[in-house]
Write a protein that binds this ligand. Sequence first.
Ligand code: SAH
Ligand code: TYD
Ligand code: ZN
Length: 410
Amino acid sequence: MAVATGHGCRICGGPVAEMLDLGRHPLSDAFPRPTELADEFFYRLALARCADCTMVQLVEEVPRERMFHHDYPYRSSLSAVMRAHFTATGRELLGTELTRPGAFCVELGANDGVMLRTVAKAGVRHLGFEPSAGVAELARRQGVRVSTTFFEEETAAGVLAADGPADVIYAANTVCHLPYLDSVLRGARLLLAPDGVFVFEDPYLGDILAKAAFDQIYDEHFYYFTAHSVRATAARFGLELVDVRRLPVHGGEVRYTLAHTGRRTPSAAVAELLREEQERGVTGAEALRRFAADVARTRQDLVTLLRSLREQGRTVAAYGATAKSATVTNYCGLGPELVAYVCDTTPAKQGRLTPGAHIPVRPPAAFADPYPDYALLFAWNHADEIMAKETGFRAAGGRWIHYVPTVCVR
Ligand code: SAH
Ligand code: TYD
Ligand code: ZN
């Protein structure tokens, strides 16, 4: 099953083995208008693991300008839970790493300013990198200073020349998006002050495997990090993993803190997570083989359930036109005949069709008009927030369909 891809590891050049092939997929955040279906871009979505540094990575890379551009629709601020998370993050950075006069904070993937607005309001020097110009403009309206270039070695050097070294480089759900991580880490090392920290949080491979959350795999998620793979990668670029913290957001993430090698003593949490990964076999090939079997089972169960509901004449819609759901619909072959429409708060997705599967996207107000019999929860990582808002659905007899960690109806 494990087939060498012919390409070396994107990080260390070591031998990679292909572990899971999910087939042909469209861009996960490209929501076509009904007139644009002929122009959809497809690539092969497959996962590989490096035998040397253990980094799990995609086999094919989508050119970054195809994913991140003026019309990139994802907006970080649409979730109240995520707004609170990033406000707390901004406050924590202000109270710890950004206390010296003239402190400087750089963020990669600033999006609509959800984190940096807290730093900006405190009057602290900052710069957000956000190449998707539409969402970058929303950040500017929040008083955030933004560069619409891609962060990498060259643009990092430009910031160093113009603004001086950074005390904090922060990135949420962005570092794992960057196949050219070598250039990003060279840039971070260059830009980071001698005692500065590079803090980034991304979906954690340990949680993805434990929950069989195969929908975390899509074009934008190029890397699937563990403490082991991040530590090994950082070390190649003169950086050291000095802290880790597990986060409950987005289905389970880890916040990694890197510093210049030798400048900070690694916390006990680093050793603990490394040990846990070893014990659970998170970094090995066998865990990915088990995952592949879990994923195939989920597809089978979900498709069987949705077909039987259709045969019974039940109506099924979905909730949350997530990027993740592009993997679910395209891997499982779910189109409008099985899932009639999907409700979502993102203005730029409404009135469009989901990538590849072409399920119409409607505003959340359409959910109750009338309620479907069943709702497939694509935004499962926001379940608490959505359940709290949509109490009327279950009260009216509606049932939620979950598929993480296994398919169930509640
Ligand atoms: N940090 C936000 C947004 C994550 S989405 C959050 O956690 O919700 C990832 C963002 O990274 C997108 O807005 C995308 O445009 C941006 N991005 C992509 N490549 C980048 C790069 N090289 N440098 C900085 N931002 C980048
Ligand atoms: P998210 O899971 O944050 O990320 P991704 O697109 O990377 O998988 O996306 C959440 C989507 O769900 C987003 O399109 C907005 C939508 N949404 C709602 O429609 N209602 C809600 O209450 C929340 C929290 C999100
Ligand atoms: Zn490697």
